[in-house]
Design a protein around this ligand. Structure first.
Ligand code: SAM
Length: 191
């Protein structure tokens, strides 16, 4: 997928045009590994990603997912959607790319005949959502996860821990400084 230079350039371009991009660089490999260690890649899984951007998490996940797994990418920025469709989904039947907002997760899963997700990985900026939208999205996310499903989310600063604890039975938090910006928290939230 994108080299780190072209990946960063596409971020800067989209960051300037779309405030929801919320980052000037893709997540670091340290953050990607920290979050994805919570995924069991030994089984067929349905993984949903909110806000894949240029696909730095998606690529790592795809490299490890079984052939019968599914990776559903929900991205609101049309430039990133184009890139993901060309570079991720073109020759991999496991990948579905949807240009939409994570807030519509219930309708998106229904439209793709997916009953539930085993994992939802998210990098969207929850701090940009108004309180009601944030609360509803967390409730919907919890609802569409399978019995032992996990919401794996990374955010700048530790503002999501309390809302996550409201919706999920168990939340583990880790800090990852090796990232731009160096203020990233990763959470494993269990249904
Ligand atoms: C901080 S970037 C993270 C991108 C990538 N996952 C990474 O780690 O490098 C946030 C991404 O979420 C997308 N996004 C923001 N709000 C969204 C929403 N409500 N639904 C879907 N995508 C959203 C942005 O367009 C952007 O690609």
């Amino acid at each position: 997928m994108p080299s780190s230079l072209s990946g960063t350039l596409s971020y800067i371009k989209n960051f300037l045009r779309d405030q929801d991009v919320a980052a000037i660089a893709p997540s670091s490999s340290f953050l990607v590994r920290r979050v994805c260690k919570w995924i069991d890649f030994s089984k067929d899984q349905v993984v949903v990603e909110y806000g894949p951007g240029n696909g730095v998490f998606s690529e790592y996940i795809l490299d490890r997912l079984t052939p019968r797994s599914t990776l559903l990418l929900i991205e609101s920025n049309p430039d990133f959607v184009r890139l993901l469709k060309t570079e991720m989904a073109a020759d991999d039947p496991r990948v579905v790319v949807v240009e939409d907002r994570a807030e519509n997760i219930v309708e998106i899963l229904r439209a793709h005949d997916i009953e539930e997700a085993n994992y939802i990985v998210s990098g969207i900026p929850f701090s940009f959502l108004d309180p009601d939208t944030k609360d509803t999205l967390l409730a919907r996310t919890q609802d569409v996860l399978s019995h032992n499903g996990k919401f794996l989310v990374y955010q700048n600063y530790n503002h999501l821990e309390t809302p996550l604890r409201k919706h999920f039975s168990e939340v583990t938090k880790e800090y990852e400084p090796r990232n731009i910006p160096p203020t990233m928290f990763a959470y494993e939230a269990c249904k």
